[in-house]
Design a protein around this ligand. Structure first.
Ligand code: AMP
Ligand code: TRP
Length: 329
């Protein structure tokens, strides 16, 4: 079986961009691979955060992911900082990575703009840690949203740099995208993202979601209900692709073009269909939340398994580099 690896930051609240951009895919294909999913807390500390909130955020992310359908037994869901090999391999990769490669990274440019007063070395080195996450398990398939493609290409570069210098050790992984790899935010201008305050949360209630969707922009040229609209430029219509079947979508598109259906009705159908996906997730989340103890146990066991695999890779890597443990002499 090929190895699948993906990671997610413990951001606090998952949104439908995370779900339809990446997590839905993890759930769908987890049984076809040897699957590792990591809650990447070492990545999260590269931007300012509240230390009192972090433990809760990590645990909550685990519960969220299981609620979305990550299998409790099949998938190795674990907390990144509990497997020290990731940081170990990062240091090794630092020594084969040219600075220029990191300077090109758009996520670094964006985040250093957002946190001008806290541009730390960790933020710059973020993609190297990401490469180490994937390659320590010799990951080949990396399901992510479109914003991560540059980091996955970078990971391939790192594998090449290392293999060229020390001999074939790491595979060249590939990004795997969903059919909807970039979901726009409710503002219709930016990618959906917690930092842009434009999200539909995965655990929000129908009333909360309706409040946001009801106020969201549609085709800007459609001012009155009687004006015909263009679904291709409507952000809400793009959301229908996530949850509405082809036939119903066709009817909505027709209704919009001919002014037979108003934006409010179109939005109502979207929210109704979205809740069919979100309601079961919220129910499962609430059940799992009463069982945090057993979830903590699963995370512990998974970290133990990962530490074992990571150790093998570190030994192999160090051996290839001539950094052998003293007992070998
Ligand atoms: P993050 O919350 O940044 O750790 O992202 C977790 C996963 O969700 C990554 O694979 C991202 O590429 C994906 N993702 C985040 N936001 C979006 C979005 N607006 N559209 C599609 N995928 C997204
Ligand atoms: N950088 C990714 C994000 O912001 C999270 C991540 C960390 C990741 N390590 C990874 C994703 C390894 C895929 C593989 O979404």
């Amino acid at each position: 079986m090929k190895v699948l690896f993906s990671g997610i930051q413990p951001t606090g609240a998952l949104h439908i961009g995370n779900y339809f951009g990446a997590i839905k895919n993890w759930v769908k294909i987890q049984f076809d691979y040897r699957t590792f999913i990591s809650i990447v807390d070492y990545h999260a500390i590269t931007i300012p955060y509240d230390k009192k909130e972090m433990p809760e955020r990590v645990m909550d992310m685990a519960i969220n992911l299981f609620a979305c359908g990550i299998d409790l037994e099949k998938t190795n869901l674990f907390i990144q900082s509990e497997v020290p090999g990731h940081a170990d391999l990062t240091w090794i990769f630092n020594s084969v990575t040219p600075m220029g490669e990191l300077e090109r990274m758009t996520q670094f440019k964006d985040k250093s703009q957002q946190h001008k007063k806290n541009v730390n070395v960790g933020l710059f080195d973020y993609p190297v840690l990401q490469a180490a996450d994937i390659l320590i398990y010799k990951g080949e398939v990396v399901p992510v949203g479109e914003d991560q493609i540059q980091h996955i290409e970078f990971t391939r570069e790192v594998a090449r740099y290392f293999n060229k210098r020390f001999g074939k050790t790491f595979p060249e992984c590939e990004a795997l995208l969903t059919k909807t790899p970039r979901i726009m935010g409710l503002d219709g201008e930016n990618k959906m993202s917690k930092s842009k305050n434009n999200i539909i949360g995965l655990l929000e209630t129908e009333a909360e979601i309706w409040k946001k969707v009801g106020a969201a922009k549609t085709d800007p040229a459609r001012i009155k209900k009687t004006d015909p609209g263009n679904p291709l430029v409507c952000n809400i219509y793009s959301y229908h692709k996530l949850v509405t079947g082809e036939e119903e979508r066709e009817e909505i598109s027709e209704g919009c073009r001919t002014a037979g259906m108003g934006c409010v009705d179109c939005k109502k159908i979207f929210v109704k269909n979205l809740m069919k996906v979100l309601n079961p997730i919220r129910e499962k989340y609430e059940n799992l939340k009463m069982n945090t103890h057993s979830i903590r146990e699963i995370l512990n066991n998974n970290a133990e398994k990962c530490r074992h695999i990571a150790k093998q890779t570190i030994l192999e890597t160090k051996d290839k580099m001539g950094i052998n443990p003293v007992w070998k002499l």
